[in-house]
Design a protein around this ligand. Structure first.
Ligand SMILES: *Cc1c(COP(=O)(O)O)cnc(C)c1O
Length: 376
């Protein structure tokens, strides 16, 4: 019998998305801009508490624009999480700057404040810091932001995976000078593709909109003093986002329930640990992940293969940037001796199916397969 496919994390659409798209059609605001784009920026501002947003074509574009508006220049050093998706790091190179990668700590898997301090000792002239909240788990954000302040360097918070997660009751994305979000297909809400750069500083978001719309100077003819980009979000895409925003809290609640179910189901398997988070944080639980003890006979690859045989998707942990061939020349700062924290998590970890449309039967099937591998 053909098994139905169980996804890692696929889009979950409701009914309001089509209503907002219809609104765009009815008013013929299909392109270039329109009410949905402004509407999504306002919805995000109301939700996150960050004052201003610039809706863009991707989270990666939002990170690129962040470095542009911060004036990061060729040759500048930018500190960047090592354990993350490559989209955190790539835009550093788009502006000609040089990423120096920073190891993770074990409590959240995110940038280690101690390693960041060490990096500033080695590179006192670094110009910016970008740190991700991996799998929706807030980093030690107060500490990271405080270190950046001490050094007078802007903090860019890559909240692409953590929309809706909070730390000390404050929304992720709001801890630095600039926060960025993604609405890519498998994120906690999606617009099919898109992103947003947000800041309390309106000069930043205004500049991002200007650069993202080909840097047209205010003149009747087409006048350009700077190189521009075509990065603005379309009104159709923004309509999907407005509909999705109405269901964001519901998505977070369902993701949390998935995490809790795995946590309880594996509680008696001492070799397994769910991805950790700080007690004073509320992750959005975008992806439930776990690590397996070094001593265990079961490997992440074995779990991945056993699931795949039943047409169930899982995924390895992001491979750290400092281990990527494309960044082999870049420096990496760690405080732990021997194998870095990031590499250890990569070796021992796996992302579990975390689709909010999974039925109780789907979850039971996944859990039974994994427990079976541990002889339970
Ligand atoms: C998804 C993601 C991005 C990029 O977002 P896109 O919208 O896909 O360009 C950036 N950083 C992290 C950590 C991500 O997971």
């Amino acid at each position: 019998m053909e098994n139905k496919k169980i996804f890692l994390s696929s889009p979950t659409m409701h009914t309001e998305e089509m209503e907002y798209i219809q609104l765009a059609f009815d008013t013929n605001w299909v392109a270039p801009l329109g009410a949905n784009v402004t509407g999504l920026e306002n919805d995000m501002a109301a939700y996150t508490g960050i004052k201003h947003g610039a809706a863009l074509s991707a989270g990666t574009a939002a990170i690129h624009m962040a470095f542009m508006v911060l004036g990061i220049k060729p040759g500048d050093i930018v500190f960047c999480s090592s354990l993350t998706f490559s989209a955190t790091a790539n835009p550093i190179t788009y502006v000609g700057a040089i990423p120096v990668f920073i190891d993770s700590e074990e409590e959240t898997w995110n940038m280690d404040p101690k390693a960041l301090r060490k990096a500033f000792e080695k590179y006192p002239d670094a110009k910016a810091v970008i740190s991700a909240n991996l799998y929706g788990t807030p980093a030690k954000l107060d500490e990271l932001a405080a270190i950046c302040k001490e050094h007078g360097v802007p903090f860019v918070e890559d909240a692409a995976e953590s929309l809706g997660a909070t730390y000390h009751g404050k929304m992720t994305g709001s801890f630095g000078e600039i926060g960025i979000f993604s609405y890519n297909g498998n994120k906690i809400i999606t617009t099919s593709g898109g992103g947003m750069m947000m800041s309390d500083n309106e000069a930043y978001t205004k500049k991002a909109v200007f650069l993202s719309t080909q840097a047209r100077e205010p003149a009747k003819h087409y006048e350009h003093k700077e190189i521009g980009y075509n990065y603005r979000m379309s009104n159709i895409v923004a309509g999907i986002g407005r509909g999705q925003m109405k269901h964001l809290d519901e998505h977070v609640a369902l993701k949390r329930a998935i995490y809790k179910q795995y946590q309880e189901a594996f509680a008696d398997i001492s070799e397994l640990t769910m991805n950790p988070y700080l007690p004073d944080s509320e992750p959005n639980f975008w992806l439930s992940c776990m690590t397996i003890d070094q001593k265990s006979k079961v490997t992440p690859a074995m779990i991945g293969e056993a699931l795949e045989q039943k047409n169930i998707e899982s995924r390895p942990i992001w491979k750290p940037m400092h281990l990527q061939p494309v960044f082999s020349e870049n420096d990496f700062i760690q405080v732990k001796e021997g194998m870095s924290v990031g590499e250890d998590i990569f070796n021992r970890g796996i992302c579990l199916p975390s689709d909010i449309k999974n039925t109780p039967e789907d979850m039971n099937q996944i859990i039974t397969i994994i427990r079976g591998l541990f002889g339970k």
